[in-house]
Design a protein around this ligand. Structure first.
Ligand code: SF4
Length: 403
């Protein structure tokens, strides 16, 4: 049956209305969501759930992930996977044996390219740190550690379950077992001043990590901080100054800023994230996981059931996906801009046509207007935000929202 509202010609021809799609599928990554945390941080709006996650839960959840992957295989048939990202939640609540079981199951069902990047997010707690060597043996190639700060008072106010000593020990352990690892930091924390941020930056810098991510604390709806907002969170001006200090420290440390909030030494950029920002495809499995898959019928965004129990029940019934949306041309324009303009180097303009099957003409006059306003690089061969555009990235990307 044609969909309601389908153009009359398409109805008469018995065809679906044409949806844009790339001529050949782009690079494909796999995202796996492990949804449990020891405790919910008051600022967190990720799909993370306190408690649960005991041994039986973890085994049942792995079974569900594998069944979910099998259900998804027809949509990505014949394609190779170049990157895997195991995120959460706190994936390091799963012991190395279970991560190995997960990776073995993935390898048995998907063609993982040689040298595929496999990232796992880890918290710096002591019992998790002792697992890092096991994760490397299980096949994880890149660790991302949620340090956030080295200030014990700040960590407590963020509701983190680790302290600064554990954070430093976790970085040391990661450096011993992983060539590629990331340290996540946050700034503009409750009560933080510039001197406090400088102390955090000095400590992370001393470890010479090959990759940092550095995010400003933001108050998200439906979090504890949204209901009880700490009164001493730095305002916009001090937060801007703090971010300037982050940029200066990263540059002094030999780290290149390659995305709004990501910094890396040469050869250490996160390949999974790069492909997502370049509008590549990713299959997302696990509770609440998002995915983007290109196929003959167009480009589809999927969201899986959010709550772990509901997700497991729906997977058992053969319905892991809660909602699915086919992108039209205006979705493509906005979503491509939203992702690609995060990259400091931008992307070749031709990538838009390669990844979407659409002509650059669909941008209309929006590109020229953004160039005139100093937000977009005037070089027509690249789509790249200027330094001003990066600073006001929300304003820039909103320009691509309207049809
Ligand atoms: S550890 Fe991470 S995912 Fe878990 S509640 Fe805290 S911020 Fe959210």
């Amino acid at each position: 049956m044609p969909e309601p509202g389908a153009p009359r010609a398409a109805v008469l021809a018995g065809l679906r209305p044409e949806s844009p799609r790339p001529a050949s599928p782009p690079a494909l990554g796999l995202y796996v969501h492990l949804p449990w945390c020891l405790r919910k941080c008051p600022y967190c709006d990720f799909n993370s759930h306190e408690r649960g996650g005991d041994d039986d839960d973890q085994e049942a959840y792995l079974d569900a992930l594998i069944a979910d992957l099998e259900t998804a295989l027809p949509a990505i048939w014949g394609r190779s996977v170049s990157t895997v990202f195991i995120g959460g939640g706190t994936p390091s609540l799963f012991p190395p044996e279970r991560i190995e079981r997960l990776l073995d199951a993935i390898r048995a069902r998907l063609r993982l390219l040689p040298g595929a990047e496999i990232t796992l997010e880890a918290n710096p707690g002591t019992f998790e740190r002792n697992r890092f060597a096991g994760y490397a043996r299980a096949g994880v190639t890149r660790l991302s550690i949620g340090v956030q700060s080295f200030d014990d008072a700040a960590l407590q106010r963020l509701g983190r379950v680790h302290d600064s000593v554990q954070a430093e020990a976790a970085i040391a352990e990661a450096a011993e077992h992983f060539e590629h690892f990331n340290v996540d930091l946050m700034f503009a924390l409750p009560g933080q001043d510039m001197a406090g941020l400088e102390r955090d930056l000095a400590r992370v810098r001393a470890w010479r990590p090959p990759h940092w991510s550095c995010y400003q604390l933001t108050i998200e709806p439906n979090t504890l901080f949204a209901r009880f907002t700490p009164p001493d969170i730095p305002g916009p001006d001090p937060a801007d100054e703090m971010f300037d200090a982050v940029l200066a420290c990263a540059a002094d440390s030999g780290l290149e800023r390659y995305e709004v909030s990501a910094f890396a030494r040469p050869g250490h950029r996160c390949r999974y994230n790069l492909e997502v920002w370049r509008f590549g495809d990713y299959l997302g499995i696990g509770a609440g996981a998002h995915g983007k898959i290109s196929g003959h019928d167009g480009v589809v965004r999927q969201v899986r059931w959010r709550h772990p129990r509901r997700y497991m029940a729906e997977v058992a019934a053969g319905r892991p996906v809660e909602s699915e949306r086919r992108l039209d041309a205006s979705d493509m324009v906005f979503e491509f801009a939203l992702n690609a303009l995060r990259l400091v180097e931008g992307v070749p303009s031709a990538l838009f046509e390669t990844q979407t099957g659409l002509s650059l003409a669909v941008f209309g006059s929006r590109l020229a207007r953004a160039v005139e306003d100093g937000l977009l690089d005037p070089d027509p061969t690249v789509l790249r935000a200027t330094p001003l555009g990066l600073r006001f990235l929300n304003d820039l990307t909103e320009r691509f929202l309207e049809a």
